[in-house]
Design a binder for this molecule. Structure first.
Ligand code: CAA
Length: 258
């Protein structure tokens, strides 16, 4: 697939996808979401890649779904076309970690996309919000469900009902983002985190992502049971023996992703 709306690069074992529709502040139209899904799934299947990053520009990660593209939709266009789920949720099929590196606006679908990533590193100029109410519509890609889980019902209601934007520091205090870094260090810090993850044992990385995600889908007893099964499964890997042996022999581990 030839990409028109994203830039795809690899940096060692990290796949970096940059959303690139600068004139529309990276508004997420169908073409962009098709390309993003294609690139993510290609990295997921690439044995050389251990972690992915999605980022945007300094001004906007993404200012939301493309309002110009959907302004004339009627109910049937939206319902029969399965808007927006049809090409937005490829990211949920990705088994390797995906980090959102967010500068500038992450609004509406842009904020929802960050929440579909595994964690968010924000530049100090980042602004998050679900301002769909100003368009007389509502978040359409999980915002009303993932935001309360991330930042509490009260804050999610506040953002979704008033359309106010939350800055990076508030987002970190609220638990939406894992860390805030200076804008000029955003890619350096995110790449360092992604490179660290990519240096670990890939099957175990995938088990940990799976286990943490399970905490959102299950009760505590079932989630802990699921974690235990994966913990036991890690003892079936070559890398677990290597990791523990390397620790005891006081040397770096040499993981082989098996
Ligand atoms: N869709 C389409 N185009 C968009 C866009 C969007 N979501 N956001 C910005 N743009 C376009 C603008 O129309 C403008 O294009 P022109 O230069 O051709 O006029 C260009 O990007 C620059 O935008 P602004 O001039 O508005 O830039 P600004 O710096 O003054 O304001 C902003 C920035 C506050 C982000 C403002 O652009 C804005 O409020 N954007 C819309 C945010 C929004 O409502 N997002 C939710 C969309 S609905 C949704 O996402 C549904 C869902 O859950 C799936």
């Amino acid at each position: 697939m030839e990409y028109q709306n994203i830039i795809v690069e690899t940096k060692d074992k990290v796949g970096v996808i940059t959303l690139n529709r600068p004139k529309a502040l990276n508004a997420l139209n169908d073409q962009l979401m098709d390309e993003l899904g294609h690139a993510l799934l290609a990295f997921d299947q690439n044995d050389e890649i251990g972690c992915m990053i999605i980022t945007g520009s300094e001004k906007a990660f993404a200012a939301g779904a493309d309002i110009a593209a959907m302004a004339d939709y009627n109910y049937m266009d939206a319902y029969k076309g399965n808007y927006v789920t049809k090409n937005w949720e490829h990211i949920l099929r990705v088994r390797k970690p995906v980090i959102a590196a967010v500068a500038g606006y992450a609004l509406g679908g842009g904020c929802e996309l960050t929440m579909m990533c595994d964690f968010i590193i924000a530049a100090d100029n980042a602004k998050f919000g679900q301002p769909e109410i100003k368009l007389a519509t509502l978040p359409g890609c999980g915002g009303t469900q993932r935001l309360p889980r991330a930042i509490s019902k009260s804050k999610a209601m506040d953002l979704c009902l008033t359309a106010r934007l939350m800055d990076a520091n508030e987002a970190e205090r609220a638990g939406l983002v894992s860390r805030v870094v200076p804008l000029d260090k955003l890619m350096e810090e995110t790449l360092a985190a992604a490179t660290t993850i990519a240096s670990m044992s890939l099957p175990v990385v995938m088990m940990i992502k799976d286990a943490v995600n399970r905490s959102f889908e299950s009760g505590l007893t079932e989630g802990v049971h699921y974690e235990r099964r994966l913990f036991h499964a890690s003892f079936g890997t070559h890398d677990q023996r290597e990791g523990m042996k390397a620790f005891l022999e006081k040397r770096p581990a040499n993981f082989q992703n098996k």
